[in-house]
Design a protein around this ligand. Sequence first.
Ligand SMILES: NC(=O)c1ccc[n+]([C@@H]2O[C@H](COP(=O)([O-])OP(=O)(O)OC[C@H]3O[C@@H](n4cnc5c(N)ncnc54)[C@H](OP(=O)(O)O)[C@@H]3O)[C@@H](O)[C@H]2O)c1
Length: 415
Amino acid sequence: MDFSAPSREHRRVVILGSTGSIGTQALEVIAEAPDRFSVAAVAAGGGNLDLLAQQAVSTRAAAVGAAGGTEADLERAIATAADDAGVRGYAPALLAGPDAVSRLAAWPDADVVLNGITGSIGLAPTLAALAAGHLLALANKESLIVGGELVRKAAAPGQLVPVDSEHSAIAQALRSGRADEVDRLVLTASGGPFRGMARNELVGVTPAQALAHPTWAMGKVITTNSATMVNKALEVIEAHLLFDIPLDRIDVVVHPQSVVHSMVQFVDGSTIAQASPPDMRLPIALGIGWPFRVPGSATPCDWSTASSWTFEPLDENAFPAIRLAKAAALRGGTAMAVYNAANEEAVEAFHSGIIGFNDIVDTVAAVVEELAGSPAGLQPGTPTLHDVLDAEQRARASARLRCGLQEHPRNTNAE
Ligand SMILES: NC(=O)c1ccc[n+]([C@@H]2O[C@H](COP(=O)([O-])OP(=O)(O)OC[C@H]3O[C@@H](n4cnc5c(N)ncnc54)[C@H](OP(=O)(O)O)[C@@H]3O)[C@@H](O)[C@H]2O)c1
């Protein structure tokens, strides 16, 4: 695809993480706009093969992939789903195993890849989609953050399109001025379920409370990351990498209504904000259709009823995750891979009831500090894929030890 001459022609979409929150909403978007999109392939982890098979049958995807399980498992699940739906003669290509998802990311009969996988395990598929020359609609922010320059260098101009609502908002607002007219980026944060609480009040909060997000319905990891503000911290780094704006010119403001998704402040004092009720179908549709809007993607704001939007500063003492991420990102190299991997492990430990809420970010801080002190821990400069995987493995081991988790993590980039 020539990314400098985008066309509005019909696009065939590969959906990675199709069974998750982003993936299922992407399938809704595509079903609503058959003139614009069709499903080329669906892929997921394999934790919910029945749903994956139902999605394959209902979209008639040409290929189906699962990182876990076998091709025989997939075949059985698809035969059952086809029987249930009364569909005959549907025989997609089946791929199973650790490299199945990356192979589908490079599927030749496709135009766009939506990466909706959770966690840094999405890195290899991100690199595969970019190498194959597909437009990449990226919800899996972790792959950009841990890969950093590696991912940036792999992407042609215009090839990487954000799906995160904040970055979609910024990309839209940036259309209002030239790059050298941008003063600051302002990311909005809902504040999560614990907005307004002090650090000592957060000591005893439970996983169930952390998963009760006030405005967004999302997967478990991102919802927990929203409660700790790690999600916003990752988004600050994502904005820095996507839009090439220095970290000291990226701010976060708490906006509990989640209607203004982010803003760009220009040098003349003008601020351009993007507003829509919280609904990921809008940034997903714009991501896979980029740069064209998809009519009716979501319900717009209702300007006929009274409403108010509020903005307040973030309490960085209660929520130090953003300050910590900015400091790690300034170290460069694999520091953000360490930050993210330590967080993924600490989130697992929190949901297993082994550590408390404040321990999540404290663990991340300790692991970044520990590996920064080790000469082999944080390679400066542009890391290779090997450097990233190595740093992640060290960070996961250190975090698991600190949290008291079993030694070997599951579902990671470790070879
Ligand atoms: N949800 C949102 O509203 C939202 C908003 C902005 C950004 N994001 C970002 O989008 C990404 C996905 O979030 P989510 O909320 O949709 O997560 P989710 O609901 O937990 O879904 C995760 C998906 O990833 C799949 N998966 C897990 N391991 C995999 C592997 N090894 N290979 C391939 N697929 C694998 C899962 O498949 P199985 O469960 O079937 O195994 C599932 O389909 C995250 O990076 C998140 O930060 C999400």
